[in-house]
Design a protein around this ligand. Sequence first.
Ligand code: NAP
Length: 255
Amino acid sequence: MAGLLAGHIAAVTGGGSGIGQGICQAYAREGARVVVLDVNLEGANETIGLIAAAGGKASAVALDVTDRAACKAAAADIAKGGNVSVLVNNAGINRRNPITGDPAAVAKDWDDILGINLDGVFNVTHAFLEQLRATRGRIVNIGSIQSFVHASWPNSAAYTTSKHGVLGFTRALAAELGKDGVRVNAIGPGLIETRINAAARANNPDMVAAVMRHTPLNRTGKPEDVAGPAVFLASDMSSYVTGCIIMADGGFRTL
Ligand code: NAP
């Protein structure tokens, strides 16, 4: 299939839902062979079904990004079918609880959120590193508005910390891997309608209103609003772009 990503093999963590699913579909439309990695195999299978129905190529692999050994094993197994040249670190979770709350719950939030959102990004990137170097590949990390600010989303210290970390990791890797021709960038989505925030959108209209006050485009986003920048960053269209974050947030930080 011709397209901006023809000839690429793209691995997308958390590809079984929301933003990751949207990116998988867009990559397949652009001709990539997509490997959907998700702890939720049912979701990953749904994604490959959508891609197959549209005429694209995809496979699903059950993977918990917190399991470093499993990440290495999955990467080695996937390499038997060819080296991954595009890696999207998208898997993530969020919980919003005050840091002053029950100490055991606060510590669990910290461990779970940092474990998936930041350690997970390291685990998967490190597992695919040699494949990405061999292909002069591209890494796209999913950050957040909370890679910069916290104000509209209080009570999420662990999430804010994890997404600041994702941006730092993006810049550090861009600096270190440029000599190998590997480009490393991030995307900072705004409030995108997915499962991660379905309850917050339904139960907390004040939060949505606070975000909209900062959103010149005056609407929430959809996964496809993030998929376009993800195609750009994975393709040769961005051949001289590395170490940057593209905000897909309706203009949040302009207001
Ligand atoms: P989502 O719909 O909940 O999708 C996340 C996917 O990641 C789910 O399939 C989830 O599986 C999977 N996952 C969770 N833990 C995992 C693990 N340990 N290993 C592998 N996969 C795992 O959420 P989303 O909104 O698309 O979020 C995708 C990314 O965008 C996250 O990094 C999030 O922080 C970021 N983001 C989202 C927004 C937004 O407004 N939606 C804004 C900024 C940034 P389960 O369903 O089993 O949990």
